[in-house]
Design a protein around this ligand. Structure first.
Ligand code: PRX
Length: 636
């Protein structure tokens, strides 16, 4: 029994206590015993919670790809690192051994170096879920460039905003991507984005759909011919522990998306250690996380965490319902998947379909099933547990965020007893606290509070790219000296945490974070819109859906309501992406406001949820009469 693998509840409590009493000693040992370093650290941790400054493994030198790839070559060179399962089941899946992964990543690294990418440069990656996405990310890490992956479902405008924010000089994209029965024209979207992103000097293009695309001379290059010429061995750059590894954008309740910055050593140690424990990974297992690599779940638990453990990880290009609702289960049977990690929204959608879609497949290879992205409701929990896990596999509900880098609260399978809808206990090194509105710590059980973390852990984000003050203001100011997650939670008598949802204006729709203010800004750009307010309401499959209350400027100018709804949603799709489209739009003559002009979202939320009584005291509103009118015309 090593402390790297936690195997009993007793051991968990012991390790947890050690990690809290002597965090530096604890993390120093994990780091020392399980990774390859060019040079060890002078100090395990230096930090200042007020200033949001964290230095883990000070002055250590390493390269994360040496740990993900090279160190496995001696013993595992011929074992499979990546299985690629395409969107269309008729297309053959592909696999890459650790030796092949080394060769592919080396070629990509050499191409990027030859093409002028330098250590510290930002490289935007806008690719579908294909192996080249993994190779590109790892090549950046190998040569010390900072990758910024943008989810393939984002629009040209969203891509451009992200490219400009971190001043990316390079873009790696594809001609197109497959998603269910659709083809997404990625290069066309990228071309449009680049009209507003002059910082990009070179574009590398992967061929996936082989459709005709526009190639700009002197800027755009097809990758394959360059890779064909490249050397299949490469030297990894020597990186400092705190050198940036990647930027990943996440929506906030206001303003532009936040470029969360993760650095090298702490992120590596934490994702590796959590992967091993939360998925009970053993040599030879096949692990599959269905997330997109464009989100943190994909970064930490499709690529880095699994590869750091020498695992076999599946990259899935498709969707849960294409060509049938059996797709997930078919892939599990086909590749004999042992650990399966997905999102409640997918579970809810599949649970609505005929049970035969699941029952026709043998899922007995499964050992552990996981959930991530939003609270998993009781019904979905039981369906997943009974029909997929067969009441045999522990269901780990993992709570974490882009900002935390890795899982922070979840059950360790075969160790922590699970409890539906509870993420359960904190991982070693994590010190959660619940705070009330008056900034007092909540000591009693079963009372909802704001979920904070008191002490740094190795994978905590280091800053928001280019705006450290925003990082401090967003996460370290509401409850001074603590990291504030933006989520609400309660704790039961055993100490298990149940995450109740966001307490700010971020709404989680199908597992994607949606800030309301950025969507409102887009709607307000429409020529006939005076102002708008968006709230969330419960939705059977998506978890939450978006309800927009929109005030029209001049009622005389617009005739066709349906058209306006379409135009507003088109605007959102163009500016942000189809994932942010509104499910319901109600045109109103005004929004309920306080005398100081603040929109009373609480009332709008109740109306959207269909709770039409008990609005509290509305007499102090500037325009109390509007509430009745909105209520009467609400969209059911
Ligand atoms: O509200 C929480 C919810 O997702 C938010 C983080 O979103 P993102 O940064 O996109 O990362 C998603 C994947 C880690 C959190 O603030 N969330 C995530 N996992 C859970 C969850 N809410 C409840 N239970 C979870 N297991």
């Amino acid at each position: 029994m090593s402390s790297y693998s936690i195997e009993s509840l007793e051991q968990y409590f012991k390790v947890y206590r050690q990690s809290i009493r002597k965090p530096k000693k604890f993390w120093g040992k994990i780091a020392e015993n399980n990774f390859t370093w060019y040079q060890k650290w002078d100090k395990v941790l230096e930090f200042d919670m007020q200033k949001a400054e964290f230095t883990w493994f000070k002055n250590a030198k390493l390269n994360i790809t040496k740990n993900c790839i090279d160190r496995h070559l001696a013993n595992k060179g011929d074992e499979i690192a990546i299985i690629f399962e395409p969107n269309d089941p008729k297309e053959e899946s592909k696999s890459f051994t650790y030796n092949q992964l080394y060769a592919e990543v080396s070629k990509m690294t050499n191409v990027l170096r030859e093409q002028g990418v330098e250590k510290g440069d930002r490289v935007c990656i806008y690719l579908p879920m294909i192996p080249e996405l993994a190779f590109s990310i790892l090549a950046c890490a190998r040569m010390g460039a900072i990758h910024s992956v943008v989810f393939g479902g984002f629009s040209a405008n969203a891509l451009s905003t992200r490219i400009n924010d971190s001043d990316c000089k390079f873009l790696i994209t594809a001609d197109g991507g497959y998603r269910a029965s659709k083809t997404i024209k990625l290069k066309e979207i990228a071309d449009k984005a680049l009209e507003k992103s002059p910082c990009v000097e070179k574009v590398f293009v992967v061929k996936r759909t082989n459709e005709e695309i526009n190639m700009v001379e002197g800027r755009d290059l097809f990758l394959q011919p360059l890779l064909d010429e490249a050397d299949a061995t490469s030297i990894a750059e020597i990186m400092d522990a705190e050198d940036p590894l990647f930027i990943l954008y996440t929506s906030g309740s206001t303003g532009t998306p936040k470029g969360m910055l993760h650095t090298t050593a702490g992120y590596m140690v934490y994702t590796a250690y959590t992967f091993k424990n939360f998925f009970n990974y053993s040599n030879g297992d096949v692990y599959w996380c269905t997330a997109d690599i464009g989100w943190i779940t994909g970064h930490s638990y499709i690529l880095y965490g699994p590869l750091l453990n020498g695992a076999t990880t599946v990259i899935f290009e498709g969707t849960p319902s294409y060509p049938t609702h059996s797709r997930f289960w078919e892939v599990i049977e086909k590749h004999q998947v042992n650990q399966f990690y997905t999102a409640p929204t997918a579970i809810r959608a599949l649970a609505k379909e005929k049970i035969e879609f699941v029952q026709d497949y043998r899922l007995d290879s499964l050992k552990v099933i996981g959930s991530v992205g939003e609270p998993i409701n009781e019904e979905a929990w039981h369906w997943y547990n009974d029909h997929v896990g067969n009441k045999r596999c522990p269901l780990v509900d993992t709570w974490w965020q882009t900002e935390t880098g890795g899982i922070v609260i979840a059950a360790i399978p075969f160790v922590t007893p699970t409890k539906p809808t509870y993420a359960s206990l904190p991982f070693p090194g994590i010190q959660p606290v619940l705070m009330d509105e008056l900034r007092n710590e909540i000591e009693v059980n079963q009372k909802m509070g704001n979920l904070c973390i008191e002490f740094p852990w190795p994978a905590i984000a280091r800053t928001i790219w280019g705006d450290h003050q925003r990082y401090i203001d967003t996460y370290f100011t509401t409850f001074p000296g603590k990291y504030f997650s933006g989520d609400g939670a309660l704790r039961d008598e055993v100490g298990y945490y149940r995450i109740t949802g966001r307490v700010d204006d971020v709404i989680i729709v199908s597992g994607h974070n949606m800030g309301t203010a950025p969507i409102e800004d887009v709607i307000n750009e429409h020529q006939y819109v005076a102002e708008s307010a968006i709230v969330g309401y419960p939705h059977d499959i998506k978890g939450n859906a978006l309800y927009g209350f929109v005030v029209i400027k001049d009622a005389g100018l617009w005739r066709d309501k349906n058209n306006l709804v379409k135009e507003i949603n088109q605007l959102i799709a163009d500016q942000i992406g189809p994932i942010a489209k509104l499910d319901k739009i109600q045109f109103v003559n005004g929004l309920p406001k306080t005398r100081s002009g603040k929109i009373m979202r609480r009332i709008l939320r109740k109306i959207a949820e269909g709770e039409l009584t008990d609005f509290g005291d509305i007499s102090t509103l500037l325009n109390p009469e509007i509430v009745e009118e909105i209520k009467e015309n609400r969209i059911k």
